[in-house]
Design a protein around this ligand. Sequence first.
Ligand code: PFF
Length: 479
Amino acid sequence: MKREQFSSSLGFILAAAGSAVGIGNLVAFPVMASKNGGAAFLIIYAFFVFFVCLPVMLAEMSLGRHTRQNPLGAYTEIGQNRAWRTVGWLSVITPFMIGVFYLVITVWIAGYLGKAIMGQLDQLADPNGFGVFINSNELFAYMALVVGLTFLILQGGVKKGIEKATTVLMPLLFVMLIALVIYVLTLENAMLGVKFFLVPDFSKITGQVLNGALAQAFFSLSLAMGILITYGSYIQKNNNIVSAGKMVAGLSLLVACCSGLLILPAAFSFNPDIEISELSESSIGMIFMFLPKIFLALQADIGYFGASFIASFFFLLVFFAAMTSLVSIIEVPVASIMDGKGLSRRKALYSLGAAMVVLAVISALSFGRIDWLSNILSYGGNTKSFFDLIYDMFYETILPLNGLLLCLFVIYRWKKHNLDAEMSQGNASFAGSFLQKYVNFSLGTFIPVILAIIFINTVLTIYFGYNMLTVFFSSIGFN
Ligand code: PFF
């Protein structure tokens, strides 16, 4: 069967940007930036996006387009041995498991959207609202809705499913984001938030901040999840991978910045005396606990109906962002089963979907509903739930390892000249350019070293409660 392709470069760019733009950009980034030096953080983040993440992104896309395979197929075909095949497996199991936790979060967002539309904003803003909702039976109705929608999109395939959905949802998302930014900036005290987000304070940049910024940039671009290998395998040969990669990185950064102009002004208009340190580090805390309070407070100005409208608008925006990311991550194991077992898309989707839903239900029950699932394991000084376990193991730990292995694979197994040849297809001026030399050099040297450090530090921090980087930076007097 001939492999499907995106119909144009733009189709691929929107699909890949859809994957990259998620709750990471919309919520985690603005809070991180404002706590860690505003524009100073932004500059460093942008530097990491283009100088560390972009080469990895280009490598994944090239590997996918060259092999026309999912990650398992790509590692098997080029690796030619058991060890690389095992890495291939890892890069399919990882997105499968990340898909499970992302599905749960998307279901929460869908639930908040539904409740805001139904006029239950007051429940969402209640301090206990989140805990009650994630442990309610209603949740499973929303899960059915999200799973149904995801299936509907993925069943359409690359062109009629993924590309069609993202070419509608992504432009809508941009327009909605800009509309919300404009609205929020008109609120009283909004400029205080803008100031916090944009005034640079380089004294806040510590070793820890650098580490956090890099990890955030890396994960936010959907790297090391097999997504860009899989989507890359659907790019046409005459499309320019390099300029598409730059566009995707740029769009993701742009959304993150716009979102900063939304979240922080909103927080300050809610409470001009707010201490930035009060803002939750976690996206979950911000989206599901803090922001609903802000929306409800708008009722003083625009009434309950108006406040519910703005809240629904915001959750719809986040829901679109989450759906396009969810679709991209589930496509990885789906493509692997289709390629590897020769199954039809529909059969691959049903078998995988069933397994995923079972795991998502188990995760959803691990927030207190079933005791042993909620306290399944203790490590690093904390008791963890089934959901935490998936998050820690796959998102936090295995992702940087996958990234590291990918760099080594591309440069030392597939070899630089093959990577160059693939990147030069559809891009006549690439050969001999600065970027070509930079990509080759960085992927073979300092990028894998940085990823190795992040990996080791994460393992030590999460499982042993020992943060190697903090100790190191304070020993050299750099906090
Ligand atoms: N860019 C996504 C985000 O920021 O939320 C990263 C992502 C995470 C994509 C998980 C897909 C996914 F399943």
